[in-house]
Design a protein around this ligand. Structure first.
Ligand code: CA
Length: 223
């Protein structure tokens, strides 16, 4: 289970240094070097946490924080300069969850990241797993052996239903109802097709978790 952290920081040396420390601590880290592209990446990447420098080219950190706050609850830790107390206060008022003053000890940064992620509660509990397979419900990203795999929206919805009901037989109708809120014009065949494709992506030599239960439906078999 790798939380993804987006670093928005224009000083490449600092950014690189943060990235190395985060990766060593088991996080996935992505970097962006100005406010505009930071916003674009925050929207597309849907990170679990954002480290946001205050002084950024193209769109400053405070503005960016306000925009993000209107769109998402993603935890934000502001990186501020030493002594700029007013910046810190307005950063927190602008919706940041925490701030850290430069220059900082990287170990302290990692501790803060962990604490904020824990407080935000989301990511850890929002991961459903079955053996080597995991789904992050916040981001709808699916991982197999910690490697991200791409699923269609329908496949992801079906997998989510399975992961909520491991080791239980689900009928085709139950799967359709829960995965598609009944809004899906799904014939029984369509669900079979989605499941066949889903299996193609997730099945491994020794990992074939979706069983067909003849005359009844399907079952996700988890250890
Ligand atoms: Ca800066």
């Amino acid at each position: 289970m790798n939380n993804t952290i987006l670093i928005i920081e224009d000083e490449r040396r600092i950014s690189e240094w943060i990235r190395i420390y985060l990766e060593r601590s088991g996080y996935k880290a992505e970097s962006s070097f100005d406010g505009q592209s930071g916003l674009v990446m925050a929207r597309s990447l849907k990170p679990d946490l954002i480290l946001l420098d205050l002084m950024l080219p193209r769109l400053n950190g405070m503005e960016l924080c306000r925009i993000l706050r209107m769109e998402t609850d993603v935890p934000i830790i502001m990186l501020t300069s030493k002594g700029a107390k007013e910046d810190r206060i307005s950063g927190l008022e602008g919706g940041a969850d925490d701030y850290i003053v430069k220059p900082f000890d990287p170990d302290e940064l990692v501790v803060r990241v962990k604490a904020v992620l824990r407080r935000s509660g989301g990511s850890v509990q929002n991961i459903l797993t079955c053996g080597i397979l995991s789904l992050n419900r916040d981001t709808s990203r699916v991982f197999l052996n910690d490697k991200e795999i791409n699923l269609s929206h329908a496949q992801c919805a079906i997998l989510s239903v399975f992961l909520h009901h491991p080791n239980i037989i689900l009928t085709r109708n139950q799967l359709i109802e829960q995965a598609f809120d009944n809004n899906f014009e799904a014939y029984e065949r369509a669900i079979d097709t989605h499941i066949r494709r889903l299996r193609k992506v997730i099945n491994q030599e020794d990992f074939k978790p979706i069983q067909t239960i003849y005359g009844a439906g399907y079952k996700l078999v988890c250890p």
